[in-house]
Ligand binder design. Structure first.
Ligand code: NAG
Ligand code: NAG
Ligand code: NAG
Ligand code: NAG
Ligand code: NAG
Ligand code: NAG
Ligand code: NAG
Length: 368
């Protein structure tokens, strides 16, 4: 009996442990084994495109460091189109599909150390508005790959760093509002085909304005107000035939206000106040009278509301007048036709067609 039992017992034990192994994989028989969690109910997405972006969003949710308004609370489940801040629409390449088309986090106060691996991984994204959040790091260079992307608003975050060059390589970008420091890159001219609204106000831009700004011939708004820009205004600004709003107020600009700029046919508002300009020609003087041009708080003799002489004197004897470009940059005019020709020309050019073409029709713009 004893001998028989002794020979049976090991067999039984082995059999038992095999059984245990099959039921609870990885579970050691000597430890307490809890039953495995029930398999998660598979998420049902209304479209394969939403299934693709789901892990991207969840990964981003996990790296969010602050969410004082509880915005991410409903970022659960498959109903991505109902997540706060996310908007779906039918993408242009398949109008029966549903895609994550837009993100509007304006004012949500979310914090995260990077947007890398997030917006650049959302292939159908048309715009990203994240004004007044606390995102840091750099702008993901891969956003240049997003086919439908046309608006980037990440101002009022903590993105201070050099200008992200990838942004200017983008094909469709029409509205650019970002935060950065340093000079305006000369490569801004590369975005000339599509860049329509350029908002660089309240940044830490420094250096002189490159003549390539004048290549943005489709721009209607160029706003670099309240920065640290210096040097003269480039004459190339006279090539911005569609420009309506030009804001240079609150910088350290000086010299003569180019008459070419005051001849622009669509100009509605040229704000030059709080700089150190010293002279304006007759054409600009007309626009000062009519309220289109504002030159208050400059150093223009004979005009009212100018800086005290002493202030101007201090400015011009101090050393921050250095301009990194050769002298001819200021007077270089990269468009061949005189403004008078453009005046005639733009009456026959349809306006704003690019944006309508690129935007998903149903999305309303919601900007701070
Ligand atoms: C999304 O939310 C809306 C209103 O809040 C609701 O009517 C709709 O059923 C929701 N969609 C889904 C798929 O739950
Ligand atoms: C368009 O999207 C729908 C819904 O996702 C899908 O069933 C269909 O196959 C897509 N068509 C093409 C041509 O990709
Ligand atoms: C933004 O983040 C920084 C640290 O990354 C923190 O010091 C600051 O208080 C945050 N600002 C807001 C408004 O949450
Ligand atoms: C995305 O961009 C990278 C470079 O940043 C490039 O190598 C790649 O081919 C691009 N992909 C697409 C689909 O455009
Ligand atoms: C802008 O275009 C020039 C050539 O015109 C090219 O050398 C430069 O690399 C481009 N810059 C960017 C940021 O794409
Ligand atoms: C302005 O936009 C039109 C299309 O809307 C384009 O054909 C043209 O080349 C653009 N202008 C410049 C200077 O890129
Ligand atoms: C012109 O633009 C400046 C700067 O954006 C703004 O402060 C001012 O109110 C505008 N003037 C008019 C008359 O719209």
């Amino acid at each position: 009996m004893n001998i028989q039992l002794g020979s049976i017992t090991p067999v039984v034990l082995i059999k038992c442990s095999i059984t245990l192994f099959i039921i609870f994989p990885g579970c050691e028989p000597t430890k307490y084994c809890s039953p495995p969690p029930p398999p998660p109910i598979p998420l049902a997405f209304v479209d394969q495109r939403l299934k693709t972006v789901y892990p991207v969003i969840q990964k981003f949710k996990n790296i969010i460091t602050s969410d004082p308004l509880g915005i991410t609370q409903n970022w659960v489940g498959s109903d991505i189109c109902n997540y706060t801040g996310f908007y779906c629409d039918n993408p242009p390449d398949n109008i029966t599909a549903t895609a994550l088309a837009a993100i509007d986090f304006n004012g949500y106060q979310l914090g995260a150390s990077t947007l890398d691996g997030f917006i650049d991984q959302l292939p159908d994204l048309a715009f990203f508005h994240a004004n007044s959040n606390n995102f840091t790091g750099t702008v993901p260079p891969k956003i240049a790959n997003l086919t439908y992307f046309y608006e980037l608003d990440i101002s009022n975050n903590n993105f201070f760093g050099a200008f992200p060059p990838a942004v200017l390589g983008m094909n469709g970008l029409s509205f650019l509002d970002i935060r950065f420091s340093g000079p305006i890159p000369r490569s801004i001219g590369n975005a000339s085909a599509t860049l329509i609204e350029v908002l660089f106000l309240n940044n830490r831009l420094s250096g002189c304005i490159p003549y390539e700004v004048g290549l943005l011939q489709n721009a209607t708004v160029f706003d670099v107000g309240n920065n640290f820009l210096t040097g003269p205004l480039p004459w190339s600004l006279g090539c911005l035939e569609k420009i309506e709003q030009l804001n240079f107020a609150g910088n350290f600009l000086y010299g003569e206000v180019p008459e070419l700029v005051c001849e622009l046919g669509n100009l509605e508002n040229l704000s030059l106040s709080d700089n150190y300009f010293t002279s304006v020609g007759p054409r600009c003087r007309k626009l000062i009278k009519s309220g289109v041009v504002d030159v208050r708080q400059n150093c223009i003799r004979g005009l009212r509301h100018q800086r005290p002489r002493r202030e101007c004197w201090w400015f011009f004897i101090s050393s921050h007048l250095y301009c990194q470009y050769p002298w001819w940059f200021t007077t270089y005019v990269p468009c061949w036709a005189p403004p008078a020709w453009h005046d005639w020309h733009h009456h026959y050019t349809p306006k704003g067609s690019k944006r309508n073409l690129l935007s998903y029709a149903a999305l309303s713009r919601n900007r701070l």
